[in-house]
Design a protein around this ligand. Sequence first.
Ligand SMILES: [Zn+2]
Ligand SMILES: [Zn+2]
Length: 69
Amino acid sequence: MSDREFHCDTCEGVVLFEAPPCVDGHGADCPELVCTGCGAAVLIATFAFRAPRLDRRRRTTRPPHRQAA
Ligand SMILES: [Zn+2]
Ligand SMILES: [Zn+2]
C-alpha cells in the first residue's frame, strides 16, 4: 500500500494520507489519498509524488482519473 504524509489544509499540519476504498475500480493503483486526520481532504497522489508540470502529457497507460474540484 502507499500510505504517505502530506500537509493538510484542514488539519493545518502534516498528516498521514491513505488510499480510501476505491469505487472507480483502480484497486491498488488508485491515485486518490484521503486525510486520516479529518477524513475530508482528498488529494490525487499522482500530483503529490510526481512532478506535475513535467508530467502533464497524456502518455499514461492509466485512464484519466476524475479530478476533485
Ligand atoms: Zn480510484
Ligand atoms: Zn486533514
